[in-house]
Design a protein around this ligand. Structure first.
Ligand code: ATP
Ligand code: MG
Length: 239
């Protein structure tokens, strides 16, 4: 039987990158945001809760990402305490969620300060992004704590689907970031090295995409201010 084991004060800002649609760019976003925040002097921890372990694999490649602490945890009984553990020693914890609905994803949403939803411009991506936003809203209601949800267009290819997708998502109540990320080969190249275009080629278009996305996220979470609000206390459940 579960019991409340401890009350922890979580000092870090937790960003869950999530959508129940596979392949939208979650792991790429986690990698790029983590390296951007680290370059700004923030201590960044990583939590990979995707059973496919993509982030864990990229982390093991010895590139820039490998310098950051990571926990790979797919067991829903341990996910919250793992995020809490990373929170004690880091300013920001980035959680890479699986590309399907699961209990670990719901738990990650429930402890997040921000749920960041990458969404490509096809119908299935929009549908799953809206579902993910609803799940985050329910998690917010269940935990009685505010959870921000923001989506951004990922891997865009410059068609009229960009404005169509944006307005469809906004019509469904999904708040959209102004920033978007284009479909660029540099992101795929970086994945082979556990790196980011920002590290590999800081003046590239891909690097500018990363800066645009990361600085908008930082502003929403006030990561750029010296005294940031801390996450509220959350009871840790142990079985
Ligand atoms: N902006 C981009 N431009 C080009 N390729 C990209 C971009 N973002 C991601 N990719 C590529 O798309 C594929 C899927 O990206 P990624 O693994 O980040 O998605 P994901 O949402 O984490 O997928 P999954 O649901 O399977 O975990 C990878 O091959 C990645 O290199
Ligand atoms: Mg992934």
């Amino acid at each position: 039987m579960s019991r409340v084991d401890a009350i922890m004060l979580w000092d870090s800002t937790i960003i869950a990158v999530a959508t129940s649609k596979g392949g939208a760019g979650k792991t790429t976003s986690v990698c790029c945001l983590a390296l951007y925040f680290a370059s700004q002097g923030l201590k960044v921890g990583l939590l990979d809760c995707d059973p496919n372990g993509t982030l864990t694999r990229w982390h093991a490649k010895g590139g820039a990402l490998s310098k950051l602490p990571i926990i790979s945890e797919v067991n829903e009984k341990r996910i919250i305490s793992s995020i809490g553990y990373l929170s004690t020693a880091n300013d920001v914890v980035l959680v890479d969620c699986p590309g399907f609905n699961s209990q670990v994803m719901v738990y990650a949403l429930g402890v997040a300060n921000l749920v960041l939803v990458p969404v490509m411009t096809d119908e299935a991506n929009l549908f799953e992004a809206i579902r993910t936003k609803m799940l985050a809203d329910w998690a917010s209601t269940a935990t009685k704590r505010p959870i921000k949800v923001r989506a951004f267009l990922s891997r865009i290819k410059g068609s009229n689907l960009v404005s169509h997708s944006r307005s469809e998502l906004e019509r469904a109540g999904v708040q959209m970031l102004k920033a978007s990320v284009a479909d660029r080969i540099a992101f795929q190249e970086a994945s082979y090295f556990g790196s980011s275009p920002l590290v590999d080629n800081p003046s590239s278009g891909a690097a500018l995409d990363v800066i645009g996305l990361a600085s908008e996220v930082a502003a929403i979470l006030e990561l750029d201010k010296p005294s940031r609000p801390h996450a509220p206390a959350i009871p840790i459940l142990a079985s």
